[in-house]
Design a protein around this ligand. Sequence first.
Ligand code: NAD
Length: 306
Amino acid sequence: MTARIIDGLLLSQQLRAEVAERTAELTARGYQPGLAVILVGNNVASQIYVRNKIKACNDNGLYSVYDCYTDDLTEADLLTRIGVLNSDPKIHGILVQLPLPPHINAYKIIEMIAPEKDVDGFHIANAGALMTGKPLFRPCTASGVLKMLEYQGIPLAGANAVVIGRSNIVGKPIAMLLVQADATVTICGRKTRDLAVHTRSADIIVAATGKRNLVTASMVKPGATVIDVGISRDDDGKLCGDVDFASVREVAGYLTPVPGGVGPMTITMLLISTIEAADRAAGGNGCDCTRLSGGLCSTRLQTLLI
Ligand code: NAD
């Protein structure tokens, strides 16, 4: 069997056409969706991610602000800046690129973002509400993964899903969304005794570790769906994921590539979250945002904020 490739670039292009259309509608009503992206320090990978996010805003008609600080920025100054963005009506979404330099407490910074502008979905109000299935925003990578599975029509209810990686910002939210879709979910991490025992019985494997070639063909059940979230570089400096693409392709039913898989979907879901936030600011009823991503309506927002 040769796996069908789930093309994240293609799906992103389709969704971004809707993003641009919806952005134009909101802009015409005086609510151009606006995203503020903050980068502190000179982490090369972060600089690339941030540039791609700003470019995606520009390409699709969103307003964007890019704050790029040197790594001697104080925590107090960053908190102040977020406070200003929280009350800026042109900004509907605020994203602080992680990791932050060690002298800045990332938890404190994320908690400073107004939950209704927390398009990354990392604020405790949204992370907590994810548990109940009703966050204002779902973390972008996790919702991108679910979007890819839905788009491909992969059955989730009753499926055995294994998520490898259990970080707060990637692995756990993916697992939570799979649980909400009625999958039976196993979460594996570094201390998992025998990873292959779990993955071999999985209908869906989501690998999110950053460990190159962690998932090999012998760990995959024939016909399974394999989603590769990981990003690392091979010995030649080429981007690669957690999955040994060449061998797993011969066993899996569906497989996402790196690059061109989950990465573009993460950015697309960020744009969608920003549109949802702008729609709520415009007093929208949420129907329009659900068309794109199954987001919450503004009445739901009001319920959550009181
Ligand atoms: P992290 O370092 O915070 O977490 C990695 C997780 O993987 C941990 O829970 C750890 O226990 C687990 N892990 C590590 N080695 C393992 C092993 N050998 N076996 C089982 N589990 C193991 O990283 P993160 O922020 O969760 O990101 C994970 C990966 O996803 C990274 O490569 C990151 O670059 C990538 N990422 C991709 C996107 C995207 O849009 N494609 C977005 C965010 C993160």
